[in-house]
Design a protein around this ligand. Structure first.
Ligand SMILES: NC(=O)C1=CN([C@@H]2O[C@H](COP(=O)(O)OP(=O)(O)OC[C@H]3O[C@@H](n4cnc5c(N)ncnc54)[C@H](OP(=O)(O)O)[C@@H]3O)[C@@H](O)[C@H]2O)C=CC1
Ligand SMILES: CC(C)(CO)C(=O)C(=O)O
Length: 311
Protein backbone atom coordinates (compact mmCIF):
# COMPACT_ATOMS: atom_id res chain seq x y z
CA UNK A 1 0.00 0.00 0.00
CA UNK A 2 1.40 3.41 -1.04
CA UNK A 3 2.08 6.00 1.66
CA UNK A 4 1.30 8.72 -0.89
CA UNK A 5 -1.92 10.68 -0.45
CA UNK A 6 -5.14 9.36 -1.95
CA UNK A 7 -6.72 11.42 -4.69
CA UNK A 8 -10.33 11.55 -5.85
CA UNK A 9 -11.14 13.36 -9.08
CA UNK A 10 -14.71 14.63 -9.35
CA UNK A 11 -15.37 15.43 -13.01
CA UNK A 12 -12.74 13.44 -14.85
CA UNK A 13 -13.05 15.11 -18.25
CA UNK A 14 -10.03 16.48 -20.10
CA UNK A 15 -8.50 18.30 -17.14
CA UNK A 16 -9.42 15.88 -14.36
CA UNK A 17 -8.22 12.87 -16.35
CA UNK A 18 -4.92 14.55 -17.26
CA UNK A 19 -3.97 15.81 -13.81
CA UNK A 20 -5.15 12.48 -12.34
CA UNK A 21 -2.69 10.74 -14.67
CA UNK A 22 0.12 12.98 -13.45
CA UNK A 23 -0.62 12.13 -9.82
CA UNK A 24 -0.88 8.44 -10.71
CA UNK A 25 2.60 8.71 -12.23
CA UNK A 26 3.75 10.27 -8.97
CA UNK A 27 2.61 7.12 -7.14
CA UNK A 28 -0.71 8.25 -5.66
CA UNK A 29 -3.86 6.18 -5.66
CA UNK A 30 -6.22 8.02 -8.00
CA UNK A 31 -9.95 7.33 -8.14
CA UNK A 32 -12.59 9.05 -10.25
CA UNK A 33 -16.23 10.04 -9.91
CA UNK A 34 -17.89 9.99 -13.32
CA UNK A 35 -21.24 10.63 -14.86
CA UNK A 36 -21.75 9.98 -18.60
CA UNK A 37 -18.35 8.32 -19.08
CA UNK A 38 -18.67 5.83 -16.23
CA UNK A 39 -19.20 2.73 -18.40
CA UNK A 40 -16.34 3.55 -20.77
CA UNK A 41 -13.84 4.26 -17.98
CA UNK A 42 -14.94 1.29 -15.89
CA UNK A 43 -14.41 -1.00 -18.91
CA UNK A 44 -11.26 0.47 -20.43
CA UNK A 45 -9.69 2.92 -18.00
CA UNK A 46 -8.65 6.39 -19.19
CA UNK A 47 -6.67 6.73 -22.41
CA UNK A 48 -4.50 9.84 -22.72
CA UNK A 49 -2.22 10.67 -25.62
CA UNK A 50 0.26 13.37 -24.74
CA UNK A 51 3.58 14.90 -25.75
CA UNK A 52 4.70 13.54 -22.36
CA UNK A 53 4.07 10.00 -23.64
CA UNK A 54 1.20 7.59 -23.14
CA UNK A 55 -0.42 8.65 -19.85
CA UNK A 56 -3.24 6.09 -19.96
CA UNK A 57 -4.20 4.56 -16.62
CA UNK A 58 -6.85 2.65 -14.75
CA UNK A 59 -8.23 4.62 -11.81
CA UNK A 60 -7.96 2.70 -8.54
CA UNK A 61 -11.71 3.04 -8.08
CA UNK A 62 -14.30 4.19 -10.59
CA UNK A 63 -17.42 5.62 -8.97
CA UNK A 64 -20.70 6.88 -10.36
CA UNK A 65 -21.79 10.30 -9.20
CA UNK A 66 -24.61 8.77 -7.13
CA UNK A 67 -22.47 6.04 -5.50
CA UNK A 68 -22.03 5.87 -1.76
CA UNK A 69 -18.40 6.64 -0.92
CA UNK A 70 -16.28 4.00 0.78
CA UNK A 71 -13.25 6.24 1.26
CA UNK A 72 -12.36 9.74 2.34
CA UNK A 73 -9.76 11.12 -0.03
CA UNK A 74 -6.79 13.15 1.19
CA UNK A 75 -7.28 15.46 -1.80
CA UNK A 76 -10.52 15.85 -3.71
CA UNK A 77 -9.82 17.49 -7.06
CA UNK A 78 -12.85 19.16 -8.60
CA UNK A 79 -12.71 19.66 -12.35
CA UNK A 80 -16.32 20.04 -13.48
CA UNK A 81 -17.24 23.01 -15.63
CA UNK A 82 -18.38 25.99 -13.56
CA UNK A 83 -21.96 26.41 -14.74
CA UNK A 84 -25.09 28.02 -13.34
CA UNK A 85 -27.36 25.31 -12.02
CA UNK A 86 -24.44 23.03 -11.13
CA UNK A 87 -24.20 23.05 -7.35
CA UNK A 88 -20.53 22.18 -6.94
CA UNK A 89 -20.72 22.24 -3.15
CA UNK A 90 -23.49 19.61 -3.24
CA UNK A 91 -21.64 17.59 -5.85
CA UNK A 92 -18.57 17.06 -3.65
CA UNK A 93 -20.51 16.70 -0.39
CA UNK A 94 -20.73 12.88 -0.25
CA UNK A 95 -17.01 12.59 -0.88
CA UNK A 96 -15.69 15.21 1.53
CA UNK A 97 -14.10 13.86 4.71
CA UNK A 98 -13.18 15.89 7.76
CA UNK A 99 -9.56 16.07 6.61
CA UNK A 100 -10.10 16.22 2.88
CA UNK A 101 -8.34 19.09 1.12
CA UNK A 102 -10.48 20.48 -1.67
CA UNK A 103 -8.59 21.34 -4.85
CA UNK A 104 -10.16 23.30 -7.71
CA UNK A 105 -8.72 23.09 -11.22
CA UNK A 106 -11.28 25.21 -13.01
CA UNK A 107 -11.43 28.47 -14.95
CA UNK A 108 -13.22 31.62 -13.86
CA UNK A 109 -13.33 34.35 -11.27
CA UNK A 110 -14.79 34.24 -7.80
CA UNK A 111 -15.49 30.54 -8.18
CA UNK A 112 -14.06 29.46 -4.81
CA UNK A 113 -16.39 31.36 -2.50
CA UNK A 114 -19.37 28.98 -2.60
CA UNK A 115 -17.10 26.07 -1.71
CA UNK A 116 -15.25 27.97 1.01
CA UNK A 117 -18.63 28.90 2.53
CA UNK A 118 -19.85 25.29 2.40
CA UNK A 119 -16.62 23.77 3.79
CA UNK A 120 -15.09 26.35 6.13
CA UNK A 121 -12.97 23.73 7.92
CA UNK A 122 -11.45 22.10 4.84
CA UNK A 123 -8.42 23.77 3.26
CA UNK A 124 -9.08 24.91 -0.31
CA UNK A 125 -6.33 24.89 -2.91
CA UNK A 126 -7.17 26.88 -6.01
CA UNK A 127 -5.39 26.11 -9.29
CA UNK A 128 -5.17 27.65 -12.74
CA UNK A 129 -4.40 25.30 -15.59
CA UNK A 130 -2.35 26.44 -18.58
CA UNK A 131 -2.93 23.52 -20.87
CA UNK A 132 -4.52 22.48 -24.13
CA UNK A 133 -6.47 19.26 -23.63
CA UNK A 134 -9.81 17.91 -24.79
CA UNK A 135 -12.01 14.84 -24.63
CA UNK A 136 -12.26 13.07 -27.97
CA UNK A 137 -14.45 10.08 -26.97
CA UNK A 138 -15.75 8.76 -23.66
CA UNK A 139 -12.71 7.98 -21.54
CA UNK A 140 -10.29 9.29 -24.18
CA UNK A 141 -8.35 12.53 -23.79
CA UNK A 142 -5.97 14.29 -26.13
CA UNK A 143 -3.35 16.41 -24.36
CA UNK A 144 -1.97 18.68 -27.06
CA UNK A 145 0.40 21.03 -25.24
CA UNK A 146 1.51 22.81 -22.07
CA UNK A 147 0.31 21.73 -18.62
CA UNK A 148 1.61 24.13 -15.98
CA UNK A 149 -0.51 24.76 -12.89
CA UNK A 150 -0.47 27.94 -10.83
CA UNK A 151 -1.51 26.96 -7.33
CA UNK A 152 -2.15 28.59 -3.96
CA UNK A 153 -4.27 28.31 -0.88
CA UNK A 154 -7.59 30.15 -1.12
CA UNK A 155 -8.02 32.99 -0.29
CA UNK A 156 -4.26 33.48 0.08
CA UNK A 157 -1.04 31.92 1.22
CA UNK A 158 0.93 28.75 0.62
CA UNK A 159 0.58 26.02 3.21
CA UNK A 160 1.98 22.50 3.67
CA UNK A 161 -0.90 21.03 1.68
CA UNK A 162 0.01 23.20 -1.31
CA UNK A 163 3.64 22.20 -0.92
CA UNK A 164 2.82 18.48 -0.73
CA UNK A 165 0.46 18.52 -3.69
CA UNK A 166 2.72 20.65 -5.85
CA UNK A 167 5.64 18.29 -5.19
CA UNK A 168 3.50 15.35 -6.33
CA UNK A 169 2.61 17.13 -9.56
CA UNK A 170 6.28 17.96 -10.09
CA UNK A 171 7.21 14.31 -9.44
CA UNK A 172 4.62 13.36 -12.07
CA UNK A 173 6.32 15.60 -14.62
CA UNK A 174 4.60 18.98 -14.77
CA UNK A 175 5.61 22.49 -13.77
CA UNK A 176 3.99 24.24 -10.84
CA UNK A 177 4.09 27.88 -9.80
CA UNK A 178 3.13 28.26 -6.16
CA UNK A 179 1.58 31.62 -5.41
CA UNK A 180 0.76 33.48 -2.20
CA UNK A 181 -1.95 35.39 -4.09
CA UNK A 182 -4.07 32.98 -6.04
CA UNK A 183 -6.93 35.44 -6.49
CA UNK A 184 -4.55 37.89 -8.17
CA UNK A 185 -3.45 35.03 -10.43
CA UNK A 186 -7.09 34.32 -11.34
CA UNK A 187 -7.43 37.93 -12.46
CA UNK A 188 -4.20 37.61 -14.41
CA UNK A 189 -5.47 34.51 -16.23
CA UNK A 190 -8.83 36.16 -16.86
CA UNK A 191 -7.04 38.92 -18.75
CA UNK A 192 -6.85 36.23 -21.43
CA UNK A 193 -9.91 34.04 -20.84
CA UNK A 194 -12.46 36.81 -20.35
CA UNK A 195 -11.84 38.40 -23.77
CA UNK A 196 -10.82 35.38 -25.87
CA UNK A 197 -13.17 32.66 -24.66
CA UNK A 198 -16.54 34.46 -25.04
CA UNK A 199 -15.47 36.27 -28.20
CA UNK A 200 -14.56 32.97 -29.84
CA UNK A 201 -18.12 31.75 -29.16
CA UNK A 202 -19.72 34.83 -30.69
CA UNK A 203 -17.43 34.29 -33.67
CA UNK A 204 -18.71 30.71 -34.09
CA UNK A 205 -15.75 28.96 -32.50
CA UNK A 206 -13.01 31.15 -33.98
CA UNK A 207 -9.41 30.31 -33.13
CA UNK A 208 -6.89 32.79 -31.72
CA UNK A 209 -5.32 33.58 -35.08
CA UNK A 210 -8.67 34.38 -36.68
CA UNK A 211 -9.60 36.61 -33.76
CA UNK A 212 -6.35 38.57 -33.85
CA UNK A 213 -5.95 38.75 -37.63
CA UNK A 214 -9.47 39.90 -38.42
CA UNK A 215 -9.52 43.62 -39.12
CA UNK A 216 -10.27 45.28 -35.77
CA UNK A 217 -9.91 42.00 -33.86
CA UNK A 218 -6.66 42.80 -32.08
CA UNK A 219 -7.95 46.25 -31.15
CA UNK A 220 -11.12 44.72 -29.75
CA UNK A 221 -9.13 42.22 -27.66
CA UNK A 222 -6.92 45.02 -26.40
CA UNK A 223 -9.97 47.02 -25.29
CA UNK A 224 -11.47 43.97 -23.57
CA UNK A 225 -8.23 43.19 -21.72
CA UNK A 226 -8.09 46.79 -20.56
CA UNK A 227 -11.60 46.51 -19.15
CA UNK A 228 -10.69 43.37 -17.19
CA UNK A 229 -7.62 45.22 -15.88
CA UNK A 230 -9.79 48.12 -14.69
CA UNK A 231 -11.98 45.77 -12.67
CA UNK A 232 -8.97 43.88 -11.29
CA UNK A 233 -7.43 47.18 -10.18
CA UNK A 234 -10.66 48.21 -8.44
CA UNK A 235 -10.60 44.87 -6.59
CA UNK A 236 -7.06 45.58 -5.38
CA UNK A 237 -5.10 43.77 -8.09
CA UNK A 238 -3.50 46.46 -10.26
CA UNK A 239 -1.41 45.23 -13.18
CA UNK A 240 1.23 46.88 -15.27
CA UNK A 241 0.22 48.34 -18.61
CA UNK A 242 2.66 46.07 -20.44
CA UNK A 243 0.63 42.93 -19.68
CA UNK A 244 -1.78 43.88 -22.47
CA UNK A 245 0.87 43.64 -25.17
CA UNK A 246 2.41 40.60 -23.46
CA UNK A 247 -0.92 38.76 -23.71
CA UNK A 248 -1.31 39.65 -27.37
CA UNK A 249 2.29 38.85 -28.29
CA UNK A 250 2.15 35.55 -26.34
CA UNK A 251 -1.04 34.55 -28.16
CA UNK A 252 0.45 35.39 -31.53
CA UNK A 253 3.35 33.04 -30.78
CA UNK A 254 0.97 30.10 -30.21
CA UNK A 255 -0.31 28.04 -33.13
CA UNK A 256 -3.95 28.97 -33.93
CA UNK A 257 -5.81 27.75 -30.87
CA UNK A 258 -9.42 27.00 -29.95
CA UNK A 259 -9.92 27.58 -26.24
CA UNK A 260 -12.00 25.33 -23.99
CA UNK A 261 -15.12 27.50 -24.32
CA UNK A 262 -14.90 27.48 -28.12
CA UNK A 263 -14.68 23.67 -27.99
CA UNK A 264 -17.66 23.45 -25.65
CA UNK A 265 -19.66 25.68 -27.94
CA UNK A 266 -18.71 23.71 -31.07
CA UNK A 267 -19.59 20.43 -29.33
CA UNK A 268 -22.99 21.69 -28.16
CA UNK A 269 -21.99 21.69 -24.48
CA UNK A 270 -22.91 24.47 -22.03
CA UNK A 271 -20.34 27.28 -21.81
CA UNK A 272 -18.83 28.81 -18.66
CA UNK A 273 -20.16 32.24 -19.59
CA UNK A 274 -20.82 33.50 -16.10
CA UNK A 275 -17.70 32.10 -14.42
CA UNK A 276 -15.43 33.65 -17.04
CA UNK A 277 -17.33 36.80 -18.06
CA UNK A 278 -20.56 37.35 -16.10
CA UNK A 279 -18.75 37.46 -12.75
CA UNK A 280 -16.34 40.12 -14.04
CA UNK A 281 -19.25 42.25 -15.24
CA UNK A 282 -21.09 41.77 -11.91
CA UNK A 283 -18.01 42.86 -9.94
CA UNK A 284 -17.57 45.89 -12.23
CA UNK A 285 -21.17 46.90 -11.57
CA UNK A 286 -20.50 46.93 -7.83
CA UNK A 287 -17.62 49.34 -8.46
CA UNK A 288 -19.59 51.43 -10.95
CA UNK A 289 -17.09 50.66 -13.73
CA UNK A 290 -18.58 50.75 -17.24
CA UNK A 291 -17.50 47.84 -19.44
CA UNK A 292 -18.86 48.64 -22.89
CA UNK A 293 -17.09 45.84 -24.74
CA UNK A 294 -17.40 43.08 -22.15
CA UNK A 295 -21.01 43.94 -21.45
CA UNK A 296 -21.87 43.85 -25.15
CA UNK A 297 -20.33 40.40 -25.47
CA UNK A 298 -22.13 39.17 -22.34
CA UNK A 299 -25.54 40.44 -23.44
CA UNK A 300 -25.04 39.05 -26.95
CA UNK A 301 -24.22 35.63 -25.50
CA UNK A 302 -27.34 35.81 -23.34
CA UNK A 303 -29.46 36.63 -26.41
CA UNK A 304 -27.96 33.69 -28.20
CA UNK A 305 -28.67 31.40 -25.27
CA UNK A 306 -32.29 32.61 -25.19
CA UNK A 307 -32.73 31.91 -28.90
CA UNK A 308 -31.16 28.48 -28.48
CA UNK A 309 -33.40 27.76 -25.47
CA UNK A 310 -30.43 27.38 -23.12
CA UNK A 311 -31.06 30.11 -20.55
N1 LIG B 1 -9.66 21.75 -21.50
C1 LIG B 1 -8.73 22.70 -21.36
O1 LIG B 1 -7.78 22.76 -22.16
C2 LIG B 1 -8.79 23.67 -20.23
C3 LIG B 1 -9.83 23.64 -19.32
N2 LIG B 1 -9.80 24.50 -18.25
C4 LIG B 1 -10.86 24.50 -17.25
O2 LIG B 1 -10.87 23.26 -16.56
C5 LIG B 1 -12.20 22.94 -16.11
C6 LIG B 1 -12.55 21.54 -16.62
O3 LIG B 1 -12.56 21.60 -18.03
P1 LIG B 1 -12.50 20.31 -18.96
O4 LIG B 1 -11.84 19.20 -18.29
O5 LIG B 1 -11.98 20.79 -20.28
O6 LIG B 1 -14.04 19.97 -19.10
P2 LIG B 1 -14.70 18.60 -19.57
O7 LIG B 1 -16.06 18.96 -20.08
O8 LIG B 1 -13.78 17.83 -20.45
O9 LIG B 1 -14.83 17.79 -18.22
C7 LIG B 1 -15.76 18.08 -17.22
C8 LIG B 1 -16.14 16.77 -16.58
O10 LIG B 1 -17.02 17.01 -15.48
C9 LIG B 1 -17.97 15.97 -15.51
N3 LIG B 1 -19.13 16.24 -14.69
C10 LIG B 1 -20.02 17.23 -14.78
N4 LIG B 1 -20.96 17.08 -13.84
C11 LIG B 1 -20.67 15.96 -13.16
C12 LIG B 1 -21.27 15.24 -12.09
N5 LIG B 1 -22.43 15.66 -11.56
N6 LIG B 1 -20.67 14.13 -11.61
C13 LIG B 1 -19.53 13.67 -12.17
N7 LIG B 1 -18.92 14.29 -13.20
C14 LIG B 1 -19.49 15.42 -13.69
C15 LIG B 1 -18.31 15.86 -16.96
O11 LIG B 1 -19.04 14.69 -17.20
P3 LIG B 1 -20.20 14.60 -18.34
O12 LIG B 1 -19.49 14.15 -19.57
O13 LIG B 1 -21.15 13.60 -17.81
O14 LIG B 1 -20.78 15.97 -18.48
C16 LIG B 1 -16.90 15.85 -17.54
O15 LIG B 1 -16.32 14.57 -17.49
C17 LIG B 1 -13.10 24.04 -16.67
O16 LIG B 1 -13.33 25.01 -15.68
C18 LIG B 1 -12.27 24.63 -17.82
O17 LIG B 1 -12.57 25.98 -18.10
C19 LIG B 1 -8.75 25.37 -18.04
C20 LIG B 1 -7.71 25.42 -18.92
C21 LIG B 1 -7.67 24.63 -20.11
C1 LIG C 1 -5.56 29.56 -21.28
C2 LIG C 1 -6.35 28.46 -21.98
C3 LIG C 1 -6.54 28.86 -23.42
C4 LIG C 1 -5.49 27.20 -22.00
O1 LIG C 1 -4.93 26.91 -20.82
C5 LIG C 1 -7.65 28.22 -21.30
O2 LIG C 1 -7.77 28.52 -20.15
C6 LIG C 1 -8.85 27.68 -22.01
O3 LIG C 1 -8.71 26.94 -23.00
O4 LIG C 1 -9.96 27.97 -21.54
Amino acid sequence: MSNKPSILIVGAGAIGSFYGAILKKAGCSVSTVLRSEYDAVKANGIKISSPLGDLSYRPDQVYRDDDTPTEEPDYLILCVKVLPGVDRAALVKPWMGRNTRLVLIENGLDIERELADAYPDNPIISCLAFIAASRTEPGVVEHKAYGKLVMGRYPEGIDDNCRELSQLFIDGGINIDLTEQVVAERWRKCLWNTPFNPLSVIANGADTRTILDTDGGEELIRAMIREVMDVAAAEGYPMEEKVIEQNIAGTRKMPPYKNSMALDYLNGRPIERDAVLGNVVAIAKRHGIPLPHLNTVLVTLKMRATLEGRD
